[in-house]
Design a binder for this molecule. Sequence first.
Ligand code: FES
Ligand code: FES
Length: 205
Amino acid sequence: MSEAHVPKGQSRRNFLMATVSTAAAPMVARAASAQSAPARAPAAAPGDPLNLSLKINGRNQRVALDVRTTLLDALREHLGLTGAKKGCDHGQCGACTVLVDGRRVLSCLTLAASVQGRAVTTIEGLAADGELHPMQKAFVEHDAFQCGYCTPGQIMSAVACVQEGHAGSDAAIRESMSGNLCRCGAYTNIVAAVNDAKTAMQGKG
Ligand code: FES
Ligand code: FES
């Protein structure tokens, strides 16, 4: 369900390190070219924070982060946006789901540095003009949660499920949202909420 996933047979640590290496490659190239231009300031030392400009919920935010920082940790620990939850931190539960350019991603498996210049939407950015998003309203109306821990991820995933056209039937909704686990077992009410919100969202055009 997400752009970010750990390939079979590869540990999360190896996956992240490989991703970090890929993300760092342009920086290494820039550092090499800086070496041949002595007038320039020296490249940042390994481990120095990276200055990032992130677009979160329509707002540009500057933050200095270790290049290995996940989007989930950037949101929760550095930007004070604690809506996305850290359930497993291994790409297995969906509690950390946010939208990047309207598509679902698991923020625990996404590097913050990789979403520069892209639109990140978290649960905090769904309501508009003091009004809950239709999906938020439907979750409340259908009692589609119990402890609520998985709920922000469920709602973000549900919004994308409708926008992607994967909410045509109960079975399609269940399939499209199968990466979002609910330990309280609120699945039946979640499907009812998605069906309800779908009508309201499609009505909005
Ligand atoms: S916290 Fe990201 S999938 Fe569980
Ligand atoms: S409502 Fe408790 S885990 Fe889903």
